[in-house]
Design a binder for this molecule. Sequence first.
Ligand SMILES: [Zn+2]
Length: 84
Amino acid sequence: MALVVCKMCKRAFIDEARGKEICPECVARLNELYPVVRNFLRNHDRQIFTTHEVSKILGLNLKDVDGLVAMGLIACQPRGKAPQ
Ligand SMILES: [Zn+2]
């Protein structure tokens, strides 16, 4: 176990050796946001959005959208790369 600072909310929490940098509270919030973002991206699967655009369109906190990417829940392509 180690004391870790959550990279989302900057609060310190005890990481129970899971190697996560996001606290359980933020993980719970992101897990709720995930279906919203996933559905949005599915409904617009021919378009590519930046995390900034997604947060703006859905009215979400940009940090939360970035957090979903950091958790590996949604894929994020480097800028300027064509979709597969
Ligand atoms: Zn947190």
